[in-house]
Design a protein around this ligand. Structure first.
Ligand SMILES: Cc1ncc(COP(=O)(O)O)c(C=O)c1O
Length: 399
């Protein structure tokens, strides 16, 4: 049964219009606005020949053939995300972390050397050092400020550069254009975890990145109620390589989560823009408070990554780091334990504000982060920013 989303409109559409129309086709779905949830493990076939030919050719990438290789809901979500990313194909995975690890594992082989940003999301780092190492792939971490200098780290067997910008917890920006130029000259693939900016504010595939990854758990889902991963490839061979690998290892997202993620995607642009505006206001205010040493948020003019952010991204997330003058755990506890609107938790991108505390030192190979006892991270939700500032103001006063 081929899955057919709405045919592309003849007229070009603005992105917000596209986000409303992509990945659904009411006339093929009982006139429902949204693709209904198709719960399926078994798919039935009319005869033996059709059954035996079910995975032939490109069928396995776009038809619904077996529950664990994708349902109408994962196909619909993939088609919408692919349109937003401007890719050749999107693979939906069980979590944001599995999107990162699967994208890497699908394209490397024993004997390869890969370069990973030192500020990569911690569990992705762990996969590289603990799992890839066992399979004969050497992962080397690079300074996120490397830019062109990454050329000096490239070897004859370097097959992949994995970047994430801004970095997890420390929010360093990267010169993505410089890195992709170095990679292109040497036939090295580039993958990017773009969960922070999302394709609303930065489209990696338009800037020389081969594989764009999002933890759909965050802003795509947007309501803190599911985990899902999204991998989009710039060319169709790469997409098929990754999709085949996902099928081989059995990484799949359930239809309910795909349905919810696609529902979230419809309003992502609105939510993200509102949350980003509020984050700019809250982060700017925090940067002026005497108890605050620095705010790690590239959209702020004083951030060391501001120029790179401004040159490459058209907006940002509502997630930033916070270093207090008193960086003891006790001070963080006095500030955070009694916050009213900021709850304590780590998975971000939902509609609610969050505070997270990270104990130092962070795991870093190249750029140590050892200053003090803790590093804080705030996520700004859709509450009124006046209330959030009042809450934080009382928190800072408690220090
Ligand atoms: C930058 C980044 N990438 C990937 C992930 C993993 O996403 P998930 O929680 O869906 O596994 C996270 C989760 O916090 C993240 O912050």
């Amino acid at each position: 049964m081929p899955y057919r989303p709405l045919p592309h409109a003849a007229k070009p559409m603005k992105e917000n219009t596209k986000l409303i129309h992509t990945g659904r086709n009411p006339s093929a779905n009982g006139a429902c606005v949204n693709v209904p949830v198709h719960r399926a493990s078994t798919i039935l076939y009319p005869d033996v020949q059709t059954y035996l030919a079910r995975f032939d050719g490109e069928r396995r990438f776009n038809e619904v053939l077996y529950g664990a290789t994708g349902t109408q809901n994962s196909r619909a979500l993939a088609s919408a995300v692919n349109e937003l990313e401007g890719g050749a194909g999107t693979v939906v995975t069980a979590s944001g972390l599995s999107a990162c690890t699967l994208a890497i594992a699908a394209v490397v082989k024993a004997g390869d050397h890969i370069l990973i940003t030192d500020s990569v999301y911690g569990p992705t780092r762990r996969f590289c050092t603990e799992v890839l190492a066992r399979f004969g792939v050497e992962a080397e971490f690079y300074d996120p400020a490397a830019g062109n200098n990454i050329a000096a780290l490239c070897r004859a067997n370097t097959s992949l550069i994995f970047l994430e910008a801004p970095g997890s917890l420390t929010f360093e920006m990267q010169d993505i254009a410089a890195i992709t130029n170095v990679a292109r000259d040497r036939n090295i693939l580039v993958a990017m975890d773009n969960t922070w900016a999302t394709p609303i504010f930065y489209k990696p595939l338009q800037h020389g990145v081969d594989i764009s990854i999002q933890a759909g758990t965050k802003y795509v889902a947007g309501h803190s109620d599911l985990v899902i991963g999204l991998i989009t490839a710039a060319d169709s061979q790469r997409f098929q390589q990754i999709a085949d690998y996902a099928m081989t290892i059995g990484d799949v997202a359930g239809p309910d989560d795909c349905f919810m993620a696609l529902r979230g995607l419809r309003t992502m642009s609105l939510r993200l823009r509102a949350q980003y505006d509020a984050a700019l206001r809250v982060a700017g205010w925090l940067a002026q408070q005497p108890q605050v040493k620095k705010v790690l948020f590239p959209p702020l003019p004083d951030d060391p990554g501001h120029a790179l952010w401004q040159a490459q991204f058209s907006g940002g997330a509502s997630l930033f780091g916070l270093c207090l003058e008193d960086s003891s755990l006790a001070a963080a506890e006095r500030m955070i334990n009694q916050l009213e609107h900021f709850k304590i938790g780590s998975s971000w991108g939902g509609y609610e504000s969050l505070a997270a505390v990270n104990l130092l030192p962070l795991t870093r190979d190249v750029v140590p982060w050892t200053d003090g006892e803790v590093l804080l991270r705030l996520h700004i939700g859709l509450e009124d920013s006046d209330d959030l500032i009042e809450d934080l103001s009382a928190g800072l006063a408690r220090i």
